[in-house]
Design a protein around this ligand. Sequence first.
Ligand code: ZN
Ligand code: ZN
Ligand code: ZN
Ligand code: ZN
Ligand code: ZN
Ligand code: ZN
Ligand code: ZN
Length: 378
Amino acid sequence: MRGFKFSICVNKASILTGIVLLVLISSVWASAEGVVCDFCGKGISGKYFIYEKNGSNMVVCRDCKEQSGSCQLCGIPVKGTKPSDSIILCANCRLSAKYCDICHTLISGKYFVSSDGKHTYCANCEAHAKRCSSCNALMHPGSWYKCGEYELCARCYQELPRCKSCGLPVVGTSVFFKGFEGFYCQKCADQKPKCRSCGRPCDSGAIILHDKIFICSDCADSAILTNASLKRLAEEVQADLLHTLNMKIDHKIHWELAENLTELADTQYRECGRFVYKGDHYTIQILKGLSREIAIETIAHELGHAWQTEHIPSLDGDLWREGFAQWIAAQAIKNYGFKGLLDRLESRQDLYGQGYWKLMELERKYSRNAMLHVLKNQ
Ligand SMILES: [Zn+2]
Ligand SMILES: [Zn+2]
Ligand SMILES: [Zn+2]
Ligand SMILES: [Zn+2]
Ligand SMILES: [Zn+2]
Ligand SMILES: [Zn+2]
Ligand SMILES: [Zn+2]
């Protein structure tokens, strides 16, 4: 009970007058003393109740008190209500009453407000109602979403980035892959088969080449799957490098798709191509199923090795050889405008990345032609 004083009084007049004279005398006394029930309007002859608030009194006879409901917040009887009514509030309390936005009950006592100030919760819901797995906000019945093992509020469901593989909102760590757009949830990153072309977790649109060889839907759209399409693309890249770098290779190259090449120690990358030569027989193998973009990068890299073999056979050590091939690949993907792939190539920390930056250093120091001269005399 808040803010009200409540006292029980006895009308002395009715005690003194007795039963017989009750009706007559009580009305006289009531009018004389003004003890009239504010609910029923009748003069009071017996016990009555006075409720006091803000300096004015409310008088209620015993019958009215028993037959009326009491305000659930301050406890005073409320005219026109019954004790069995589900919600009983006096006019004052009605103005400031708070209802829980989850269980919809009237809050008496302690209440909680959502961080955006828009919602009010009772103590029970604050302690026990479902909370969003991402932002921990209390969730309202019917307006939350079950997403795999998570339960999300409407806002998080809408605003969280979606996993490119399972399509669900990413809760917690989102995994991304250098050079490619989009996020993945940790579960897909850990458990989904990896695309052989880009290394990302596969999605529902992935294709399966054969046992355990998956290609994600992004890569599948342009995947190089036949020797004829590989040859066409290889000739296009070779022509581009001849045109932009004057990179002429005299040997005829035999192109073939490889069903498999070795995995590298660093599982972030894998061997996507291989240049093999036996005397004057140059062969370049490209892993089957690479996307057009990654195939172009790989073709340019292997062409770098072929050109090296013809023109700088003295180039020694994996660091320089792979660095040079990466530098050629970078020129090709710049020509094609594959910004993401260039970022990925330039951010590599392994021998391929270190070799590439050695070449970039030389390129900065000398002109391109002088750089080749320096490499020849390495
Ligand atoms: Zn009354
Ligand atoms: Zn009240
Ligand atoms: Zn509640
Ligand atoms: Zn949330
Ligand atoms: Zn996922
Ligand atoms: Zn892929
Ligand atoms: Zn190489």
